[in-house]
Design a protein around this ligand. Structure first.
Ligand SMILES: [Zn+2]
Length: 290
């Protein structure tokens, strides 16, 4: 499952490669599972739109689209023949195995390709998803819609300590579950929750409300550090992920606890423990974390 750093890496890679390009035509597969909007609506919104920006919102990829059209009032009055850009967004959730690949049209069509966008530059952007948990949707934005699609929780990298602490106050759930709660923070997954709790020296089962201010401070700092390091390293997915160009893109970030059950803690040599919290594996050092 791609986590925040992977989605951020893919979004940045796509932005660098296709921002400014225009979608000329769209082909959508016959499997309805990946589509949250109807195929006709997706095609209608994407075709002839210019890709202004590709960015990450939570674990979603958002393509900001623009299309020039002449407004009805303006066309009635030739004096003010102004073009008002129509704004829309294409929202992609990669699910477990979704990939967005850019390549030449002659590149072989992979099995499980659900969408092909022909770009004006001559390239194609393809959505491939083996397990079909990925989701595609579109929204048309009204002029006062602001930045459009937003995630439910706060962005962990844009939330300061004073915004971070109140998220957990009064919560009796384990701190690990609270970190994974997408309504509180957006985009934090299992790996980065475990790694940030190790950095904060806090056990995953501790009640969220029991952390001291000093512990929250370390957790906030640890979470931002681990996410930034992973983004810098190009994401650290454990799946066989490929980046937008289709090459193996991700380096494994050094994990202190995640996936290291029974192995010696890199700080104190105590074997790392694994427990299940709310159905998810959680890893911690019983010596370093309190
Ligand atoms: Zn330790």
């Amino acid at each position: 499952m791609p986590e925040l750093p992977e989605v951020e890496t893919i979004a940045r890679g796509l932005h660098k490669r296709i921002a400014g390009d225009i979608i000329e035509s769209v082909w959508l597969g016959e499997k309805p599972q990946p589509l949250k909007s109807s195929a006709a609506e997706i095609a209608a919104v994407l075709e002839h739109s210019r890709i202004v920006h590709v960015r990450r919102v939570g674990k979603h990829m958002v393509f900001d689209l623009e299309r020039s059209h002449i407004s009805k009032s303006a066309s009635r009055n030739p004096q003010t023949h102004s073009k008002i850009p129509e704004r829309a967004q294409w929202i992609v959730h990669l699910g477990m195995t979704g990939q967005l690949l850019i390549g030449p049209p002659e590149a072989p069509l992979l099995k499980h390709t659900h969408a092909v966008l022909k770009l004006k530059s001559g390239r194609e952007l393809r959505f491939v998803d083996m397990r079909r948990f990925g989701r595609l949707s579109v929204v048309r934005l009204t002029p006062d819609a602001g930045t459009g699609f937003g995630a439910a929780g706060l962005e962990p990298l844009e939330t300061d300590l004073e915004g971070f602490i109140p998220l957990f106050q009064g919560r009796k759930t384990p701190i690990k579950s609270a970190l994974l709660n997408q309504k509180l923070l957006s985009g934090v997954g299992n790996i980065y929750a475990d790694e940030s709790l190790f950095r904060a020296k806090v056990r995953p089962r501790r009640r969220a409300s029991s952390l001291t201010r000093a512990e929250f401070q370390k957790l906030h700092k640890g979470l931002q550090q681990v996410l930034r390091e992973a983004i810098k390293a190009g994401g650290s997915s454990v799946s066989d992920y490929v980046d937008a160009e289709g090459r193996e893109g991700f380096f494994q970030l050094k994990h202190y606890v995640y996936g290291r059950e029974g192995k010696p803690c890199l700080v104190c040599r105590t074997p790392i423990k694994r427990v299940i919290i709310a159905g998810r594996s959680s890893h911690y050092c019983p010596h370093c974390q309190k």
